[in-house]
Ligand binder design. Structure first.
Ligand code: GCU
Length: 626
């Protein structure tokens, strides 16, 4: 993945600086003097790994976290990272911590819902665990971290390995030179402190769960190995089903000289080809499949794909489909579609806390199926890869988003560099997931030129990274003229699909006022990416009694009157499938720390509105594909 300054608008000095920063980082990041490789291994969940999930010792580094940050604010390599043990019985006095006898937290998982004293803790928690390892000759080993919120600093056997910023995307750090035969240890400091120039920034309407929130493992690969690949249905200028048999993409091999051979096999599609790498270790390709059933919600067909590069072998399960926009229609494999879904936060049903198990994912998709949904918006950040894998298998189309949520420091080049990096991490991890049809670059950001330029550049970058998917964003800045709502902002021009967030009937006006509202919207496919109202499960009353389930239904029924008048409406995405934790929601007995706009409670209790949508989606009674 290379970035070249030339592709950007000439005059934009700040932006050029940001692009330079990005070009410098790319995916191969060398941290400080140690030079271990940090990358993102595509398809790592299909590799054989040594799982490091389980109990990790921990200690809390109370703010200002002097265990991690020295007085100069720099990260300390000579603190807890050394994992020394105190001289208990005899002097001299040394360190006052001991991971070996410290309590434990489970990984993957957030610390907030595991340890009551850490429920509201935002700051630095140190994780440590021992592991045995037998290095094999001619292999390289990476520490894979599915996600850690928000900043993480990694040491193995006292050697600083890598740092990472961003709470929702994976990273892989090379530990080959740090490992030794027998017993080893890893220490990871995770800092969940919210910062103004972070992504997301300080004000968020969800719970800031901290920790090693997704799987951690050791991945050993041959010296030359496949770190990235893109295998998709070739995007022709016009789609024609009979001709939809050409696959295209690339396979990248780290450490491969030009002319290195790679085989790509897809037995069920009659594909078995040899490719050769160029000087960058990349092998772009186009190949015709003998037979190809395209992926769709009705038939979520996945193909076993086998890649071999020298000693490295990797397989994946990939679906092939074409997604595009034509006028105001969204076409999947040439057919107009209407998206019926819900928003979902990565919060586990029943137990709350971050989603990190197969069971969590099964529960969420069970509710989506029950709702008759064919679509899910994964708000507001990339979710656990299990979600996309399940969506691929279940035929649920996906909107995936990076957390540029509301107030972001759009005027800062270093923030653009972070955003661009998060975007490329999101796209790299999930580019081979057929279910993912939309990349979202932001949610509810204020309309001003600095923000619009920032997001316009990000949208163009997303297209450069992946020209096969649609780019979107959720906008909530429509302005009102009497009963008319007008959304005519420049950002919509760079989007393929426009997401609209509105809360008429809850934050804005009375439910019945929606009936008379007329929308003026861009001539593009529009998704109602958020709408809804709060209701506490089990609270019943009149249709005007706020917090009652009947009121929530009433808000939606008036919304449907309004929405059925929007000709370019191509999808419904109510906010939100389940009630979720949000620290700012504190009305006792009603909210108690939860946003209550769910169609279900956090315990999976179905509110009346759930059954309303279940029926609307079964009858396809709101909205049309064309
Ligand atoms: C916003 C926002 C959500 C938030 C929701 C709400 O639209 O995008 O993150 O939770 O409104 O207020 O409930």
């Amino acid at each position: 993945m290379t970035h070249s300054c030339s592709s950007r608008t000439a005059g934009n000095k700040a932006l050029r600086l940001a692009v330079l920063l990005i070009a410098l980082c790319d995916f191969t990041v060398f941290s400080f003097a140690q030079q271990p490789l940090r990358t993102l291994l595509v398809g790592v969940d299909h590799r054989t790994v040594i799982s490091l999930d389980g109990d990790w010792h921990y200690l809390v580094d109370q703010p200002p976290a002097r265990g991690l940050y020295g007085n100069d604010g720099k990260v300390r390599d000579n603190g807890y990272a050394l994992n020394t043990h105190p001289n208990i019985n005899s002097g001299p006095h040394n360190d006052e911590y001991d991971f070996a006898t410290a309590p434990t937290l489970e990984v993957p998982g957030d610390w907030n819902t595991q340890e009551p004293t850490l429920f509201r803790f935002e700051g630095v928690v140190w994780y440590q665990r021992d592991f045995d390892f037998e290095p094999r000759p001619n292999t390289r080993t990476f520490l894979h971290i599915g996600a850690a919120n928000y900043k993480s600093f990694v040491w193995v056997n006292q050697m600083r390995i890598c740092d990472h910023e961003g709470g929702f995307t994976p990273f892989d750090c090379e530990v080959t030179s740090a490992l030794k035969p027998g017993s080893n240890f890893v220490v990871i400091a995770v800092d969940s402190t919210r910062e103004v120039d972070a992504i997301p920034s300080v004000g968020i309407d969800w719970f800031n769960y901290g920790g090693l929130t997704r799987d951690v493992s050791l991945v050993s690969v041959p010296e030359r190995f496949i770190d990235d690949y893109d295998i998709h249905l070739k995007r022709e200028t016009t789609f024609s089903l009979p001709n939809a048999k050409t696959l295209a993409g690339y396979v990248h091999v780290v450490g491969a000289a030009a002319g290195t051979s790679i085989t790509l096999r897809i037995p069920e599609a009659g594909v078995d080809v040899s490719l050769l790498t160029n000087a960058e270790g990349n092998a772009p390709f186009e190949v015709k499949a003998k037979k190809l059933d395209l992926w769709s919600p009705q038939d979520p067909r996945l193909y076993r794909v086998e890649l071999t590069a020298g000693l490295d072998k990797l397989s994946d399960d990939i679906g092939f489909r074409d997604i595009r926009v034509e006028g105001t229609r969204i076409l999947l494999n040439g057919k107009a579609i209407f998206l019926q879904g819900a928003n979902v936060h990565a919060e586990a049903p029943y137990r709350t806390g971050r989603v990190c198990t197969d069971e969590d994912v099964r529960n969420i998709f069970g509710f989506l199926k029950d709702l008759n949904a064919n679509f899910v918006r994964l708000a507001h950040y990339p979710h656990d890869e299990r979600m996309e894998r399940m969506a691929d298998r279940d035929g649920i189309m996906v909107w995936s988003e990076i957390p540029l949520w509301q107030h972001i420091s759009f005027d800062k080049p270093e923030v653009y560099a972070k955003a661009s990096f998060m975007l490329s991490e999101m796209i790299r991890r999930d580019r081979n997931k057929a279910s993912v049809i939309l990349w979202s670059i932001s949610n509810e950001t204020a309309n001003n030129p600095t923000r619009t330029e920032f997001l316009t550049n990000l949208a163009n970058e997303a297209r450069r990274l992946d020209s096969t998917r649609l780019i979107t964003s959720a906008l909530n800045t429509a302005h009102r003229k009497g009963n008319e709502m007008v959304l005519d902002y420049p950002l919509a021009n760079v989007l393929d699909v426009v997401g609209v967030n509105e809360y008429i009937g809850w934050y804005d006006k009375r439910p019945e006022d929606a009936d008379a509202v007329q929308w003026t919207l861009p001539e593009k496919p529009v998704l109602l990416s958020e709408f809804g109202a709060e209701a506490k499960f089990g609270v019943h009353g009149g249709i005007d009694q706020r917090w009652a389930e009947e009121q929530q239904v009433n808000v939606y029924q008036h919304q449907f009157v309004m929405l059925n008048k929007i000709p370019q409406l191509r999808g419904l995405v109510p906010w939100i499938l389940m009630d979720f934790r949000s620290p700012g929601r504190n009305i006792p007995k009603l909210q108690d720390g939860f946003n209550r706009k769910g169609l279900l409670s956090e315990k999976g209790e179905k509110k009346q509105a759930f059954f309303l949508f279940q029926k609307v989606y079964a009858d396809h009674s709101v909205g049309k594909a064309e």
